[in-house]
Design a protein around this ligand. Structure first.
Ligand code: CU
Length: 160
């Protein structure tokens, strides 16, 4: 996840001061960024759940059109008991997933939840989910706003 400032910091040194000046001149005054959720979700999908399985993962793209970093801090869905925010990391040569407190969405940026990376995890799935089904999800952001998402169930593919 890189934001605009990180990109400026990593820009060739000759360009950095000019880019920073440009950023400062267009940056809004503090306190003006408190509009209703500037975060939207696209391309949301759920890995299909065959009968007998109780867990699955949700993938989607979060886009932030606002000037302030936002973060997803929790979520829920009627098709499962709990929804957790997860990341996958390589630990001792193995890919392992673990819960995270928040998934940040940089100002004027986006973050992709995808197989092998950040994802939403559903536990206690209450019914089989077949390709073509639609699953409603609700995500809660750090400013208290909510995003209603409809995720399409897609067929099982091996984890990359
Ligand atoms: Cu997970």
């Amino acid at each position: 996840m890189t934001n605009f400032l990180d990109r400026i910091r990593s820009a060739p040194t000759g360009l950095a001061p000019l880019a920073l000046l440009a950023l400062l001149s267009i940056a809004p005054a503090p306190g003006l960024g408190a509009q209703a959720s500037a975060v939207s979700v696209t391309n949301a999908w759920v890995r299909e759940v065959p009968a007998g399985r109780k867990t699955t993962a949700v993938f989607l793209v979060l886009e932030n059109s606002g000037p302030t970093e936002r973060a997803v801090v929790s979520g829920s869905t009627v098709v499962a008991d709990t929804l957790e925010l997860h990341e996958m990391k390589r630990e001792g040569g193995m890919m392992a997933m673990s819960p995270v407190q928040r998934i940040a969405v940089p100002a004027k940026g986006s973050v992709e939840l995808r197989p092998g990376g950040l994802h939403l995890m559903l536990f206690g799935v209450r019914q089989p989910l077949a390709a073509g089904d639609t699953v409603p999800l609700r995500l809660v952001l750090d400013d208290g706003s909510r995003i209603e998402v409809r995720a399409e169930v897609r067929s099982m593919r091996p984890m990359p």
